[in-house]
Design a protein around this ligand. Structure first.
Ligand code: SAM
Length: 338
């Protein structure tokens, strides 16, 4: 397949695509979809508004022609979307795509891991913010203990999927779990990535004071373990990595607040209803679904996406202050996908 390399206003190429396949979730994590704001009456997208798997496949092919090498499926909770392995199979068949990943809370993995692997999925990132059942149940807003997630982790490993864990750290909530999570993952040979609590959306009441920075976490880890830095695997890699000395186990940090990485951000995001967002913190999406449903040709879709990317000048995290956080229209993480 012939590729066209497009760049944005800061010369950043388009390399990664996050696709949210659904805006619903079976958790109500308080930093993402707080239960009081996403209650029983909350209006999620109707089924007809979601991109079909054929539409996602079509767009996926066009994004790959424009330089995308990696696709990650997310949500909401992507495993709630019916027949997800069918979508994976379609995407895995796209020539020129080198990697497909999935971000999940893991609860449905015992049911689905083997089917996902068979369909062509390579890796899963599983979110787990605490090993303490009570606290975890409080964070996920559903009272669900760690058991189902731990079973999901095991199912993914048994199916032969690569597994990494994501832990969002919020001050005063789960910072006491930083070391227990590190010990658990080191022992199991799993890469853990600490994610700085971010000001996505406007429902989580984010404050800069709630952020535990990479530096703080690193100092805590250094007091317990011997760590050595690991070089980035490729341009635009989001996590900063270290290795526990004498092992092949890595630990990573996603530092979007304290050490922003906008200058190497090569990521576009496609919402479940077919809007492209050029930054997690840009509240204005560009519709592709209606354009497509109104008969746009592949060439027209290609041109539209290229035009959007060429015009991209987002660098929100580089410019973040308490003021920019207050005054900006932002999209919810559950809608755009993490
Ligand atoms: N439901 C899936 C899951 O739990 O992984 C996928 C969607 S979730 C939005 C993707 C990731 O975003 C999760 O690891 C979650 O912890 C993270 N996340 C959500 N809100 C966040 C926030 N405000 N700051 C940092 N990370 C956040």
């Amino acid at each position: 397949m012939e590729k066209t390399i497009i760049t944005d206003k800061f010369n950043r190429p388009l390399r990664d695509l996050r696709i949210s396949v659904i805006d619903r979730c079976n958790f109500r994590c308080q930093y993402c979809m707080p239960a009081d704001q996403f209650g029983p009456d909350f209006e999620f997208l109707p089924r007809s508004a979601l991109l079909t798997y054929e539409e996602i496949e079509r767009l996926g092919k066009i994004f790959v022609q424009l330089g995308v090498k990696k696709i990650r499926l997310t949500g909401g909770e992507p495993l709630l979307r019916r027949d997800l392995p069918i979508l994976i199979e379609k995407l895995a068949a796209i020539e020129g795509l080198s990697d497909i990943g999935l971000t999940t809370n893991g609860v449905l993995l015992p049911k689905l891991a083997a089917k996902l692997k068979e369909a062509g999925l390579k890796r899963v990132n599983i979110s787990l913010d605490s090993l303490d059942d009570e606290l975890f149940g409080k964070i996920n807003g559903r009272g669900i203990g760690t058991g189902p997630v731990l079973e999901g982790i095991q199912a993914a490993k048994d199916a032969g999927l690569g597994v990494k864990l994501n832990m969002v750290v919020k001050k005063g909530l789960n910072d006491q779990d930083i070391i227990p999570m590190a010990k658990f993952c080191k022992e199991k040979g799993l890469e853990l990535r600490y994610i700085e609590y971010m000001d996505v959306g406007s429902t989580n009441g984010w404050k800069m004071d709630d952020v535990v920075t990479k530096k703080e976490i690193y100092e805590m880890l250094k007091a317990e373990f011997e760590l050595e830095p690991v070089d980035p695997a490729y341009f635009g890699e989001v996590a900063k990595h270290y290795r526990y000395k004498g092992t092949d186990v890595n630990v990573g940090f996603i530092t979007s607040v304290s050490e922003s990485f906008c200058s190497s951000c090569t990521r576009a995001r496609l919402s479940a209803n077919g809007q492209i967002f050029t930054c997690l913190f840009n509240g204005n999406g560009h519709d592709l679904r209606n354009f497509m449903r109104n008969g746009a040709s592949d060439e027209q879709l290609f041109g539209r996406i290229a035009e959007i990317w060429n015009g991209r000048n987002d660098r929100y995290s580089d410019e973040r202050t308490a003021e920019t956080n207050k005054n900006r229209k932002k999209i919810e993480m559950s809608y755009i996908g993490g």
